[in-house]
Ligand binder design. Structure first.
Ligand code: NAP
Length: 284
């Protein structure tokens, strides 16, 4: 029987711990960490994500600001706001909520955020996230690694299979696993014999976006399964890329969907902001 990796409980504990850390940091350095989120336009899903980020940032005591810009904002106007925030010493983290309206080049926006304030981890991705660079990793991949570590199992030396090679999850999480000294395989839509490969994996991270494509007979007994996928199943209910019902009895550890990786992502955004703050206050 697989044990559940409870993302809700783990993120709640993290928020608690970070709230205490923020109080202590304010006493030590005389200011709280600052996170500014910019949202351009009125995409309804983005509004919900930004609201959740704001609520959780406030919960841990960050100085949290949301800058709302109209749909018709030009690229130059957005870049000017980012430049102002880059130069503001009270702002440790800047996040531009994606997608941006079509008149704005997403890549120009990502490139404009100061690397030491890039809490989304885009810059870190380019540098391979080696600790010496000081840039943070993207939130969802970082959440996956954190969840594996909460099991108490080691990552080093294990065979980790990442299913999906997307820019936001698959590729960066594979790099993070390599940094943890796992032996990493990356599968994708052209991979042959996914089942055969999966049956040799001690850790599986599924980031595909296809309901239940990893089934119990593809799972190595005792494996750790991290399900990033968020899908609507045939029954209309939310489900992951891993078929929980058949995989859970075979695995040692498994994340549920919902309640696994999802709740951890914003917690990691806050953690990234604290890490950027620490880099700023400790700068010689
Ligand atoms: P993505 O960029 O579209 O990547 C999907 C990957 O899956 C691609 O590399 C694709 O391969 C691969 N793939 C497609 N069909 C496959 C198959 N049958 N077998 C093996 N691989 C297959 O997607 P993403 O942005 O990484 O997101 C993936 C999932 O994670 C989505 O469900 C998304 O909603 C979810 N997500 C969740 C969170 C969270 O906080 N929980 C955060 C981000 C994303 P090719 O490269 O060959 O096309």
């Amino acid at each position: 029987m697989g044990r559940i990796i409870d993302g809700k409980a783990i993120s709640a504990a993290l928020y608690d711990q970070m709230r205490q850390e923020v109080e202590q940091l304010e006493r030590q350095y005389g200011r709280r960490p600052g996170l500014t989120v910019i949202i351009v336009g009125c995409d309804p899903a983005s509004q919900v994500y930004v609201r959740n980020k704001e609520i959780n940032a406030r919960k841990v005591g960050l100085v949290s600001e949301v800058i709302r810009m109209p749909e018709e904002t030009t690229q130059d106007e957005l870049l000017a706001v980012i430049a102002r925030l880059n130069a503001d010493p009270a702002v440790d983290g800047i996040l531009v909520q994606l997608p941006v309206p079509k008149q704005i080049d997403k890549n120009a926006v990502i490139a404009a955020v100061a690397p030491d304030k890039d809490v989304d981890g885009f810059f870190g991705m380019k540098s391979g996230f080696t600790p010496k660079h000081g840039y943070v990793a993207p939130c969802t991949p970082r959440a996956c690694i954190h969840l594996i570590k909460t099991t108490g199992e080691t990552i080093e030396g294990k065979h980790a299979l990442v299913v999906g090679r997307g820019e936001l999850v698959g590729k960066p999480v594979a790099t993070l696993l390599l940094n943890e000294n796992a032996t990493v395989t990356i599968a994708h839509s052209r991979t042959r014999n996914l089942g055969e490969i999966a049956r040799t994996a001690d850790i599986v991270i599924a980031a595909v976006g296809r309901p239940k494509i990893i089934t119990g007979e593809m799972v190595k007994p005792g494996a750790i399964l991290i399900d990033v996928g968020i899908n609507r199943g045939a029954d209309g209910k939310l489900c992951g890329d891993i078929d929980f019902a058949s995989a859970e009895p075979v695995a040692d550890w498994i994340t549920p969907v919902p309640g696994g990786v999802g709740p951890m992502t914003i917690a990691m955004l806050i953690r990234n902001t604290l890490d950027c703050y620490l880099n700023h206050v400790k700068k010689p």
